[in-house]
Ligand binder design. Sequence first.
Ligand SMILES: *Cc1c(COP(=O)(O)O)cnc(C)c1O
Length: 365
Amino acid sequence: MDLYEKYNLKHVINADGKMTILGVSKVPDEVVAAQKLGDQNFFEMSDLLIQTGKYLANLVGSEDALVVNSASAGIAQTIAGIIGQGSEYHLYHPYTSRITKREVILPMGHDVDYGAPVDVMLQLAGAKMVPAGYANMCKPEHLEMQITDQTAAILYIKSHHTVQKSMLSIPQAIEVAHSHDLPLVLDAAAEEDLTKYLKIGADVVIYSGAKALEGPASGVIFGKSNYIKWARLQGHGMGRAMKIGKENIIGLTAAITKYLQDGPETGDSMIERLEPFVAELKKIPDFEVKVIQDAAGRQIYRAEVKPVGKLSAEQICDQLRNGKTAIYAREYRVNQGFIEFDIRAVDQSEMDQIVARLKEIVGGN
Ligand SMILES: *Cc1c(COP(=O)(O)O)cnc(C)c1O
């Protein structure tokens, strides 16, 4: 099967991370098998959503859950649900002026573009985004001062994309929300822990199916039953445009089951796999190489290369991407002169290819 040749596509080595632009994850065989079962059988679809939701909720200790087609859809359907509160009128008139309680407060440093801006999902949901705090800080009092009788919810984005410094914590945001009887909705799209945010009291927690969970393109929302019920109702309104297929509902359910059993690759295992790769990188002239931990403190370790020769980090990354096989390094810090290699989806032979290509590039061939 040379799909690549047939459609004139490039082979890709993904040393960037869980990147949507590269197809995010490699889905494990068990999950593909579950997707196949989903694809080749019939279900009462509304029952499929309800029962997989119950099953998943049970696994993580949530009141209920809903599989959706992406974390983005999860944000839009959750917020639309909170605005509509189960009203059929709202379902058919999602942007009606009859319903005015539409304000969603978001720390200003959380309005990030993760591939699409958070505030576009809020607009889709019919929410009016109310930023709290400033570009470089948000304290509990900044959130609190934005609450009015038109506030529907508080949204918090847990992500390396957001401003981290002088940012209130999730428990602080929960405390502000709950002291005003508001739900705290947490976008934890790329996070690895499926239970901790529910335990500390987040009302809805949203994950992307294809990132840490290594499932198919999908998303899942966990939380209090009313919010899940209202989000599910959106499937008969604007949520229809974000419909998820039966194969991916079953695929994600299998992926989460597997993920909870096996967990993600441990930090120790990553460090061990990095060792021979880093040893090879160190042999390349004018490279300063070390192993670094993820900036957001996750158990992810990466090889960091600082080229000090005549080619800049940027020039090297350009050449890596533009080779016969497109090699994507993690480029968040190239402007500071660092190239990172994230090996979560890279095997030994691909690491060898990266080293060979780097030698070619700095050797000037
Ligand atoms: C990736 C991401 C999303 C969107 O996830 P999709 O499943 O691709 O829609 C939302 N929020 C954050 C913080 C993300 O990193």
